[in-house]
Design a protein around this ligand. Structure first.
Ligand code: AMP
Length: 434
């Protein structure tokens, strides 16, 4: 049978036309015409023989590496550590991830315990690729087996062997695969909001207030009584509806794991509502300030910065500039997951050298803005990089205000004289992370 897929995550149908599936259920995909949503027939599980829509990013072809419970394709080393160190994982719990940007190579990360290891997580790289050298290279901070002693046709063969033989530098048998974190955000709320993203206001049940921004209040909400969402309600008269709709249109076209996903809008009457992915812990700024280092370590801070960088790299690929990157505009979910939000001021730019000139009289966040933005109203992906630098300062200082004790005007004067913020006291001068 062709087009057989396996569900990677549970999915509870949100509309009567959806299929409800459990991770591991098999499906036959019948139609892939809709972006982000496929029409399928369940072959096994509670919906066996039923037909309906499923989110395309919740399934993988049967027998592909993506269908393996231990395969975590877009997982960085720091994320792997976080997941493996979660409560309940015993020695030998493992996952396989792609090794950095090197698509052909994989790394095995596994949970270890003393006396086998002083490091709680071991990383073994280059599972596939070059096999010539048998050298075991170890550096003082981690185990890193450059090449293994045996060649396997597939990563799956290797995993199967390591379940029964201690080999390749990993000092114990591989145990159970690491549990996967929550499912990725779906492409819109359902198959029919992808093109038709204006939704009826009464399909949203408003819950508790989450916060308040420049343009109005943000609430927790339920769509169709099932899907938890965040609802941004535009304060009537505080902003042009067309500006808000433009923000929504920008967000709608962007799909990345580290960017807040826009689901739908209600623009037919005021207040205009923008419905987005819900993030449990709210803004990164509040999250950092609340923690002050109690539970967040330096590696968590680096991990958060890396996530923002990855979302911003995608924005650059899409020829967008954010223009208001700051900890207040990054949201935090489960397990320190960070996503970049608020593209309200973003503008499309056509090529690398083109810059966006802000409208006269437009307010911008002075301490986050690059000199060329402050001086000439010029914004580009390079000025986003400047703001990212200020965001790094916020992350490392647990949300302190940048340029402490210096007023905006003085700050500009100092910057023009070549002054740059010094390294904060708790920030290491170098950080080696491979
Ligand atoms: P904003 O209007 O985007 O600046 O949001 C104001 C506040 O609402 C933020 O600082 C967050 O605390 C909260 N908030 C905004 N969007 C979300 C979301 N998607 N999930 C959870 N909380 C949010």
């Amino acid at each position: 049978m062709q087009n057989q897929y396996v569900a990677l995550y549970d999915y509870v149908g949100r509309t009567p036309e959806d299929l409800t599936v459990r991770a591991g259920d098999k499906l036959q995909v019948l139609n892939k015409n809709r972006v982000g949503w496929w029409f399928a027939r369940a072959l096994t599980g509670i919906s066996a023989d039923e037909r309906g829509y499923i989110p395309a990013n919740h399934v993988a072809p049967v027998d592909s590496i993506e269908a393996e419970p231990w395969y975590f394709p877009d997982t960085q080393r720091a994320d792997a550590e976080k997941m493996l160190l979660a409560e309940g994982n015993s020695q030998g719990t493992f996952l396989i991830r792609q090794c950095g940007s090197d698509k052909g190579h994989f790394a095995l990360s596994g949970k270890l315990q003393p006396p086998l290891s002083t490091q709680p997580v071991g990383h073994f790289s280059k599972l596939a690729g070059s096999w010539e050298s048998q050298t075991l290279q170890t550096d003082p901070t981690e185990w890193c087996v450059q090449c293994l002693t045996k060649e396997f046709k597939t990563v799956k063969d290797l995993v199967e062997e390591y379940h029964s033989v201690v080999a390749g530098g990993f000092p114990v048998l591989l145990g159970k695969p690491c549990a996967k974190l929550g499912a990725p955000a779906t492409h819109g709320l359902s198959y029919n909001t992808v093109d038709q993203w204006e939704i009826p206001r009464n399909s949203i049940t408003q819950g508790r207030k989450l916060g308040e921004g420049n343009f109005g209040e943000v609430y927790e909400g339920l769509w169709n009584g099932i899907s938890r969402v965040a609802v941004k309600s535009l304060r009537p008269g505080s902003m042009e509806i067309k500006d808000m709709v433009r923000e929504a249109q920008l967000m709608k076209r962007l799909h990345h794991d580290k960017l807040i996903q826009l689901y739908a809008v209600c623009t037919m009457e005021e207040p205009v509502l923008i419905v987005t992915e819900f993030m449990k812990h709210g803004s990164l700024l509040d999250y950092l300030k609340k923690d002050m280092g109690k539970s967040l370590s330096l590696s968590d801070q680096i991990n958060m910065a890396t996530q923002v960088a990855s979302g911003m790299a995608y924005l650059e690929e899409q020829n967008y500039i954010h223009r208001d990157l700051a900890a207040r505009n990054v949201l935090v979910g489960e397990n320190n997951t960070c996503k970049v939000a608020d593209f309200g001021l973003a503008r499309v730019f056509k090529n690398e050298n083109e810059v966006y000139a802000a409208r006269p009289g437009c307010l911008f966040p002075v301490k986050w803005t690059a000199l060329e933005g402050l001086m000439y109203n010029e914004f580009s992906i390079k000025s986003d990089v400047w703001s990212f630098g200020i965001l790094l300062y916020e992350i490392i200082t647990f949300g302190l205000e940048p340029y402490p004790g210096i007023h905006n005007f003085k700050m500009m004067e100092l910057l023009l004289q070549g002054y740059r913020m010094p390294r904060p006291p708790n920030c290491p001068s170098i950080c080696i992370e491979s």
